[in-house]
Design a protein around this ligand. Structure first.
Ligand code: NDP
Ligand code: 2IT
Length: 450
């Protein structure tokens, strides 16, 4: 299929340093080959050349003053990738590793993820290389205000609605919302993940993690299995990891690990969720402090696993939930998981498995739910927050959670049906990419050359 090959070659030349974006684009485009063979009209409309090119990318300078009175400078980004299905929607990431390539890969993934939800949202993403670690509350507030002082002119409830991602939670959304309101004089649903007393949706904080577990449950149901009594590995210790662990307990499973950038925690009796929440949501402390209350648990500092792999993925279990960051699970890790009997992987994070790791999972034909399908519950519930804001309502938890369950089941069904349609019934990567792409591409064709 020269069409796919040529587009990837052109991307390699035009985006030489954007390796994560290239990785994400290659995965999607390679999956589309059988679709293009059946439906040449996507080629006739130059759809893939158009879909890999963001509609707009905004880069800006952020100047703010630290507690010592020194002026600090960071880079800010917002990518408005594709608006065929609705206003741009996607999170903001504050992490020192953020580059324009990181935001581009996340924005690209977001297009297809948002399409899979079946809700009217386009794809966008943003963030900064700002490092929230070790900053005071005042510093976080001044940074968020400075960030929004530029971003506010590019966003709006019907144009582009940012939310949280790594390093951006309820506190940061609050400071950014306050600054948006001050600058525009408008109280409107321009961000999601807001506080429950000022426009937030009940259940949004929990939605990504809960959704990833619902997705695992859907995959297991198709195999006649459940999560009940299963030992589960979770990486990360942030928003997605914490609520994955919470839902796993509700399903009768036993999550035995979590991790942060400094190390991995293994508690064979099951992670103490209350303590984890206190350490991470309240004290913002290292996971090592967990041992003060549970000396029988094991803590393995990052990089100190004897064989050089990621310690989380070397423990015997049934299911795994990567919920930290991109490329945190390598081919060696994938092999270790398979050797240890893991037969279900549901990705809470965005692109946590390297391309080689994904290949291992697909070859093994285990239940593998790629991030753009398995973690779509977060953005889907963000859209429910937008719906509540525009109708000036607040829905009860039961209603939000029922909708989340239904959306995750629909996503699973679409991925499985599409995989089946293309003759690879266990390949949900193929199913997710073709099903998401078709919706966006068809809408782009309907809307003409714009
Ligand atoms: P948080 O900032 O709440 O937590 C991130 C966790 O991952 C922390 O434990 C952090 O450790 C760890 N982590 C982050 N970067 C690295 C790194 N480079 N190496 C090792 N560990 C790292 O973020 P979220 O939980 O919100 O996001 C986690 C993942 O889920 C991301 O991939 C995000 O894109 C994805 N996601 C998030 C959604 C949401 O609604 N929040 C929705 C869909 C996907 P430490 O604290 O030490 O930095
Ligand atoms: O990656 C993601 O889907 C998110 N960070 C959530 C985006 C959103 O708009 O809620």
């Amino acid at each position: 299929m020269p069409y796919v090959h040529e587009t990837l070659e052109n991307l390699r030349k035009s985006s030489p340093a954007q390796t994560e974006f290239y990785q994400a684009a290659e995965e999607v485009l390679e999956c589309l080959r059988p679709l293009f063979q059946r439906s040449p009209y996507y080629h006739d409309h130059s759809i893939i050349e158009r879909i890999v090119e963001p509609e707009r990318q905004i880069m800006f300078r952020i100047c703010w003053t630290d507690d010592d009175g020194r002026v600090q400078v960071n880079k800010g980004y917002r990518i408005q990738f594709n608006s065929a299905l609705g206003p741009y929607k996607g999170g903001l990431r504050f992490h020192p590793s953020v580059t324009s390539g990181t935001i581009k890969f996340l924005g690209f993934e977001q297009i297809f993820k948002n399409a899979l939800t079946g809700l009217p949202i386009g794809g966008g993403k943003g963030g900064s290389d700002f490092d929230p670690k070790g900053k005071s509350d005042d510093e976080i507030m001044r940074f968020c205000q400075a960030f929004m002082s530029e971003l506010y002119r590019h966003i709006g409830p019907n144009t582009d609605v940012p939310a949280g991602d790594i390093g951006v939670g309820g506190r940061e959304i609050g400071y950014m919302f306050g600054q948006y309101k001050r600058l525009t004089g408008r109280y409107e649903g321009v961000l999601t993940g807001k506080g429950l007393d000022w426009g937030g949706s009940i259940g949004r904080k929990e939605a990504t993690g809960y959704g990833a577990v619902y997705f695992a449950q859907n995959m297991l149901e198709a195999l006649g299995k459940t999560l009940e009594g299963k030992t589960c590995l979770v990486s990360g210790a942030g928003n997605v990891a914490i609520y994955t662990i919470e839902k796993l307990y509700e399903m009768g499973a036993k999550p035995v690990t979590c991790s942060d950038s400094r190390g991995t925690l293994h508690d064979a009796r099951g992670i103490d969720l209350d303590l984890l929440k206190e350490l991470k949501e309240v004290k913002r402390a290292s996971l090592e402090a967990y041992l003060e209350q549970h000396p029988e648990a094991t803590y393995i500092p990052a990089g100190e696993y004897p064989e050089g792999g990621h310690a989380v993925w070397r423990i015997k279990a049934d299911a795994a939930f990567p919920c930290a960051t991109q490329n945190e699970l390598t081919a060696d890790d994938a092999q270790a998981l398979l050797d240890n009997g893991v037969y279900c992987i549901s990705e809470g994070a965005n692109m946590p498995s390297t391309a080689d790791a994904v290949d291992r999972f697909l070859e093994a034909k285990i239940a593998y739910g790629p991030g753009k399908a398995a973690n779509a519950g977060g953005v889907a519930t963000s859209q429910l927050e937008m719906a509540q804001n525009s109708s000036m309502e607040q829905w009860p938890l039961e209603k939000v959670d029922d909708k989340l369950k239904e959306i995750m089941a629909n996503i699973h069904r679409q991925c499985a049906d599409t995989a089946e349609e293309f003759g690879e019934p266990t390949n949900l990567v193929l199913g997710a990419n073709i099903a998401g792409f078709r919706k966006v591409a068809d809408a782009m064709i309907d809307q003409g050359v714009v």
